[in-house]
Design a protein around this ligand. Sequence first.
Ligand code: NAD
Ligand code: UD1
Length: 352
Amino acid sequence: MILVTGGAGYIGSHVCIALLDAGLDVVAVDNLSNSNKASLDRVQSICGRSLVFRLADIRDEETICEILRAFGVTAVIHLAGLKAVGDSNVRPMTYYENNVLGTMRLVSAMKRANVKTLVFSSSATVYGIPRYLPLDEKHPLDPTNPYGRTKLVIEEMLKDLCRSNDGWRICNLRYFNPVGAHESGLVGEDPLGVPSNLLPFVAQVAIGRREKLRIWGNDYDTPDGTGIRDFIHVIDLASGHLSALRQLRQPGLLTVNLGTGNGYSVLDVVRTFEAASGRSIPYEIGERRAGDVAVCYADPTFAKDALGWTSTRSLQQMCEDHWRWQLQNPNGYHGSKLPTVRERSRHLRRHG
Ligand code: NAD
Ligand code: UD1
């Protein structure tokens, strides 16, 4: 049985699908502070298998310990956390409390329950401003905001835990820019309020919820002047967790980038999304956004060597799948119900 913290969230729900599809049993824990339990109802509907859901906070050590013991958990995939960069500048202590203290309590509960296998959601944001490209795992770590620093503190804490020679097997996964959705269109990213990330904003413009995209600067030193990122399909990202779990056979620490190694510009994304959706994406050029870098993409070599994992999905597929989710759920999970029999049979016809 695998415990997935933050299992109802965007990446967590796709990780649950990957685990269930691989025949593993799952208990998902979430405090639903940034998600909707409907995501997990849909996960079960997609996989045709059930999982256990517990409404709980990772800072509640007793409850987490009880869950670990009650379900005979053997490994934890830890995604629960707060992730908004701007918000972390405004209320940094909330981020340290939720992310760092939350992970400390989780690890304590794991130690008490003698569960010592952990896959942790880190972020490419730990690298800060790239000093060279592509970013490999040896690149210096220098995050530029409180959110990124919570991720770095946790990575360091987990490194010390492994150094204690107490049998811990830990993998830090540094995600680049996860986008897209499950190909069924039933599960995807459902941001609260105005999206700050590119793909959710573009998708909301395409569906007509927002008038136009504002591109944060077209005067970067890049071929078309707009920022370049390593967008990775959330399904590829989720499968990276399964590879990490399979690799954690010996005590020790692994730290791995999950990216594609390809950089695409904001304008590349706009054009690809227009083609995928058949809708036009009006945009205007604004000032650069504070804290943005011109170019950021991964060196995925170590992920291939250490985990035997590579991403396979193209930017076009990312946009198509993101669009299908947006089209079928114009308001995300809000007011959502389980997929209708028609939706479910359409999915089964397509995907078996
Ligand atoms: P998300 O907000 O959709 O998922 C996080 C989930 O954790 C939510 O369901 C939320 O309700 C839950 N949660 C938060 N605090 C909790 C707590 N104290 N106890 C229990 N549950 C709690 O975000 P996501 O995009 O799915 O991100 C998952 C993880 O990946 C996060 O740790 C995030 O920092 C990391 N990450 C995300 C990205 C990205 O672009 N989405 C990039 C790099 C790293
Ligand atoms: C942001 C976070 C990063 C986090 C990542 C994934 C910042 C400074 N960084 O990275 O820590 O790990 O999200 O969650 O917030 N863009 C626009 N208009 C928009 C939105 C975005 O032009 O409305 C541009 C940005 O300027 C950037 C690109 O699109 O060039 C990607 O932006 P975004 O999706 O926010 O991701 P990151 O900036 O890479």
